[in-house]
Design a protein around this ligand. Structure first.
Ligand SMILES: [Zn+2]
Length: 319
């Protein structure tokens, strides 16, 4: 049995994949059935080269393992190299942890990935981890496996610490998300919605997920900076208002308001008095008409009425 699909499957996942000479026939074809993927770190130096690392994996071997050491190699650059399609020597069966979900599996059942990291605290770049997870998910998808079948070497074998610094639970969550199709890779090209194209003046209308994240971060940062400036300005404005209120202007304003209220009150009182005067005038005139009822001269009555009304108006101050 040979994993001759490795190159195609990884490339189909959007990864950059190199082929190491002889990979199609490297490693015994007598192996299987396969049960999972083991994630390793090469534990070379921080300045190791791809050429040096792959030579160890597939040409010279290491002090602890003969060639071929693993089927796959992941470079710090995020690029993959396929070096073997058959059985390799990346785990030791005698030390397998009973607690490993893949206990019972050894080199004959496991696909190995050696990632370029010193395994002594070297940080794992987001780009490299992204590629690692995408590759592991692509293998799982091809094999019909769920994410739990991806283990760190340290999880599977006692006395091992690799890949040191990689949170394998988070790793598997990402693999699961990729398998479920609800995740995108760092390098996946996404079609932008029309409003983003308009906003950015983007010609292609396409951006990578990584690019979008970077842009999104930049946008969020500029909004944050702007809002900080606005807040500072608002605080300055509010302080000025408080200073004004605390000064003489307050007394003047309050005095003005009180005066306006007093004027209105006087006007209302005046209006009431005027209405009262009119009522009084009507009553007085009604009585006057009654007394003058027998007098035929209408002009005399009208003159008397006018005189009374005028007198009453003057009495209440109405002009
Ligand atoms: Zn290992």
């Amino acid at each position: 049995m040979r994993l001759l699909w490795l190159v195609d499957v990884l490339r189909a996942a959007g990864l950059t994949v190199r082929e190491y000479d002889g990979w199609r026939t490297r490693g015994s074809e007598t192996w299987g059935p396969l049960t999972g993927v083991i994630c390793h770190a090469t534990a070379g130096s921080r300045t190791s080269t791809d050429a040096g690392e792959t030579r160890t994996l597939w040409v010279t071997g290491s002090t602890s393992a003969p060639v071929p050491i693993s089927q796959l190699y992941l470079s710090r650059s995020g690029e993959w190299t396929v070096g073997a399609s058959g059985r390799c020597n990346h785990v030791a069966f005698r030390d397998v942890r009973p607690s490993s979900p893949l206990a019972g599996s050894g080199n004959s059942q496991l696909i190995g990935v050696e990632a370029q990291n010193d395994n002594r605290g070297e940080p794992w770049s987001a780009r490299m981890l992204d590629s690692y997870q995408i590759g592991a998910a692509a293998i799982c998808a091809r094999m019909g496996w769920e994410a739990w079948r991806v283990l760190g070497h340290a999880e599977h074998q006692a006395g091992k610490s690799d890949p040191l610094g990689v949170d394998m639970d988070a790793f598997r969550r990402r693999v699961a998300a990729l398998l479920e199709g609800d995740d995108v890779s760092w390098s996946e090209r996404l079609t932008l919605p029309a409003w983003v194209v308009e906003l950015w003046g983007d010609k292609d209308g396409v951006a990578t997920a990584g690019g979008l994240l970077t842009s999104g971060y930049g946008h969020a940062r500029s909004v944050n900076d702007r809002s900080k400036t606005m807040l500072t300005e608002q605080r300055a404005g509010f302080a000025a208002v408080l200073a004004k209120l605390a000064g003489e202007d307050v007394a003047a304003t309050v005095q003005g308001l009180l005066e306006a209220a007093a004027v209105r009150e006087r006007a209302e009182r005046q209006a009431e008095q005027a209405a009262l005067a009119a009522t009084l005038a009507d009553g007085v005139l009604a009585g006057l008409r009654e007394q003058l009822g027998e007098v035929a001269d209408e002009r005399l009555v009208a003159a008397a009425e006018a005189g009374v009304r005028s007198a009453l108006r003057r009495g209440v101050g109405e002009s």
